[in-house]
Design a binder for this molecule. Structure first.
Ligand SMILES: NC(=O)c1ccc[n+]([C@@H]2O[C@H](COP(=O)([O-])OP(=O)(O)OC[C@H]3O[C@@H](n4cnc5c(N)ncnc54)[C@H](OP(=O)(O)O)[C@@H]3O)[C@@H](O)[C@H]2O)c1
Length: 356
């Protein structure tokens, strides 16, 4: 797709209208817009999908996260994660030059330090328009460089899933060599959790509904066969984790299921351990009992993606270790609806990407 997007021209976009549904996503055009002095125009080359984008498109996100997010109005351009090439810069831009390969940060206002409510209202593809379009105008502060060894498709996977895993396990969880990390499923966040745990010299225990996906974890990431648990065949996977760790439990759990898995995650985590509370994959009725958290002095930490500072720290580690994100399947821009449907089927392993 051409990158010759200029102020005054039109760009192709995908929009979510008033009726939320995957098959109601609409291809249309918008004005490219003019740059302000400190802004950067990025020709988007790849967009990666997150479970959250599915929730947004299906109209579930605002209900689930009531009070924690301000949904944007409609029409809304979905998707938080995009990578592309800088094609135009405002006169005061100092962080980037034309031709740079960049990715947008999930919350455009979270540069460093603590998050606050105002920052939470700057999330791409939720509170504000996202990146599923030919070009985006970003504030220069809202972008990072993509690690050199990564393609645009790989770079597009970083802003949400990778930064979330990094924030949960490394920035907040402070895992170290020899620790045991437990992560749930083989979606985007979980596969980054596996990769970062390995990078840090930790042992990783992974659950999945699929023996084929568990076999890939052994083959491609050297996860120990015994540390791969099929949670469909073994609904008491928490007990399995305790047994695998000599009754100690995991030092750190990447909690992606929410209400439906929290009790088991608490059971599977060691006394004094840490749980990153991240996901809602198994939301529904919960038998969660806080007594187990206090009696085990477990630290439960809510994680909402992360800041640009965390993203840049993570990118240094990714570059140093030449870590490659796992891209499961790449769809054409014209096939955005098919990409969402594939993501919804949960057939993927790692990330689903749309190429522009
Ligand atoms: N708090 C934040 O900042 C933040 C950031 C990113 C994501 N999230 C949340 O984290 C979760 C994961 O996001 P994602 O984008 O990585 O999702 P994803 O790629 O769509 O992950 C899908 C995979 O999750 C696994 N899964 C589904 N139900 C499960 C269950 N009951 N128990 C264990 N695994 C299950 C399945 O793996 P198998 O096929 O192997 O069974 C499925 O293929 C979502 O709830 C998302 O909303 C939160």
């Amino acid at each position: 797709m051409t990158t010759s997007v200029k102020s005054g021209s039109k760009v192709k976009v995908v929009e979510l209208g008033k009726e939320p549904a995957i098959d109601k996503l609409k291809s249309t055009e918008r004005e490219a817009g003019a740059l302000k002095r400190h802004e950067v125009r990025v020709a988007i080359k790849a967009v990666s999908l997150n479970y959250r984008d599915l929730l947004v498109v299906k109209g579930h996100y605002a209900k689930l996260y009531e009070g924690a997010t301000t949904p944007g109005g409609t029409p809304l351009i979905p998707c938080s994660d995009g990578a592309g090439e800088v094609v135009e810069i405002g006169e005061d831009v100092s962080r980037f030059k034309i031709g740079d390969r960049v990715a947008g940060i999930f919350m455009q206002g979270w540069i460093g330090g603590e998050i606050n409510a105002e920052i939470g209202r700057t999330a791409l593809g939720g509170s504000i328009d996202g990146v599923l379009r030919e070009s985006v105008i970003f504030e220069q502060e809202g972008l990072v460089h993509v690690p050199e060894h990564l393609s645009y498709e790989e770079g597009s996977t970083l802003p949400c899933a990778a930064v979330t895993a990094w924030n949960g396990m490394i920035y907040t969880g402070k895992i170290k060599a020899g620790d045991t990390v437990l992560t749930l499923g083989t979606g985007g966040v979980s596969i980054f959790a596996v990769q970062f745990a390995k990078m840090m010299g930790a042992r990783v225990i992974v659950t999945s509904s699929s023996d084929e996906k568990l076999a890939r974890l052994q083959k491609e990431f050297g996860v120990n066969k015994n540390d791969c648990i099929n949670y469909k065949n073994n609904p008491e996977w928490d007990k399995q984790v305790l047994s695998l760790t000599g009754k100690r439990g995991a030092d750190h759990t990447v909690e992606l299921g929410g209400a439906g898995t929290m009790s088991k995650s608490v059971n599977a985590t060691r006394v004094g351990g840490h749980i990153s509370v991240i996901g809602v994959l198994a939301s529904g009725e919960s038998d969660f009992n806080p007594i187990n958290v206090l009696m085990k002095t477990i630290r439960l930490q809510g994680i909402y993606v992360g800041s640009r500072e965390m993203f840049e720290d993570m990118n240094r580690a990714i570059s140093q270790h030449k870590l490659k994100p796992v891209v499961d399947k790449v769809f054409k821009f014209e096939d955005a609806i098919k990409a969402f449907q594939y993501m919804e089927s949960q057939a993927h392993f790692g990330k689903v990407v749309i190429k522009l």
